[in-house]
Design a protein around this ligand. Structure first.
Ligand code: AKG
Ligand code: FE2
Length: 319
């Protein structure tokens, strides 16, 4: 099936599976040896936050995860990663041809770190201090979510804290993102839930539960073991979590999540800044990246060039 120009489009069978389960993959992207080399080259660049859109001391305060956000806007390897056709062809076969990338995030887990809480994200007001939706689908859609492409920059085994999904849970929200969670960095690595050490990077996602007495049905959970350099695609509204890093190896687990939307969705419609994980940052230098097709809506801000002057190899751009 699919568009002959889109070599990596999902097949009809894969699309049906994706709509049923809320996720599909893993798929190969980088050879493990190549990924390891790329990661080595990437580390010093990530430490240099001078050109990071929320980094470098201006606009960022407090202990923050925001330094992990949107590094595709200043690091060329990541800029090239988010437009790889192996990813964007598949995402476009789900979302339609006109697709933007609005957010990337690193998810590091060091030996001994807790797992990530079970959660679902619809409009991403979840951790926003303002409680404003960060994305808004058109036509009062009941809920929307975003497509997340999570790439294993290191191996992701059960012992190292791979992702877990509960298949088929992407159509019903168990959480209310208008509720507030308390940010408490002291809670990190200090809580157990159903016998497993878990948390949400200083928040407790259970505070957003619609029904405080409900518990996720972990008996249905599947572990997503991934080889280094593979990626998986899932709806942010799918029940997802990750195992703790058991510390059996001294190698960290590093996931890189890139989040995609159709251009019809409004990104940050209500705010000029980010306020989450105990930090704040201005969105002044933020821009979406058009990764496929075109934008005919004009309601979103797009980057043309990154802050480094790196030009995104965006399909269809007349340069
Ligand atoms: O990597 C993790 O542990 C969590 C990732 C996640 O929640 C996401 O990509 O939305
Ligand atoms: Fe998530």
């Amino acid at each position: 099936m699919g568009d002959p120009g889109r070599e990596f489009s999902l097949t009809d069978a894969q699309l049906a599976q994706f709509h049923r389960d809320g996720f599909i993959g893993p798929f190969d992207l980088y050879e493990p040896e190549q990924m390891e080399q790329d990661l080595r080259a990437l580390r010093p660049k990530l430490l240099n936050t001078k050109k990071a859109v929320y980094g470098g001391g201006d606009g960022v305060s407090g202990v923050t995860n925001l330094a992990n956000y949107d590094r595709h806007l200043d690091v060329e390897f990541l800029a090239r990663h988010i437009v790889r056709p192996e990813i964007t062809d598949r995402v476009a076969s789900i979302l339609g041809p006109d697709v933007l990338c609005w957010r990337t995030e690193f998810f590091p887990k060091y030996p001994g770190d807790e797992g990530t809480d079970w959660h679902q994200a619809d409009n991403f007001a979840n951790v926003a201090g303002s409680k404003q939706p960060q994305i808004e689908w058109p036509n009062d859609a009941e809920f929307g979510g975003t497509i997340t492409v999570w790439t294993a920059f290191t191996p992701a085994t059960v012992e190292m804290g791979c992702l877990q999904f509960i298949p088929g849970t992407h159509d019903v929200m168990n959480y209310d993102e208008t509720k507030t969670m308390d940010y408490d960095p002291e809670a990190i690595n200090n809580r157990e839930k159903a016998g497993v050490r878990r948390g949400f990077f200083g928040y407790d996602y259970r505070q957003l539960q619609k029904d405080p007495d409900w518990e996720p049905d972990e008996s249905r959970a599947v572990s997503q073991v991934m080889r280094q350099g593979q990626f998986i695609i899932f709806w942010s509204t799918l029940m997802h979590a990750s195992h703790p890093h058991a510390g059996l190896t001294d190698q960290m687990r590093l996931g890189f999540a890139a989040r995609y939307l159709p251009t019809s969705v409004r990104v940050y419609p209500y705010s000029n800044g980010l306020e989450e994980f105990g930090g704040t940052a201005s969105l002044e230098r933020f821009g979406n990246v058009l990764v496929s097709g075109q934008d005919t809506f004009g309601h979103n801000k797009f980057v043309d060039e990154t802050v480094n002057g790196f030009r995104f190899p965006v399909p269809g751009r007349v340069s």
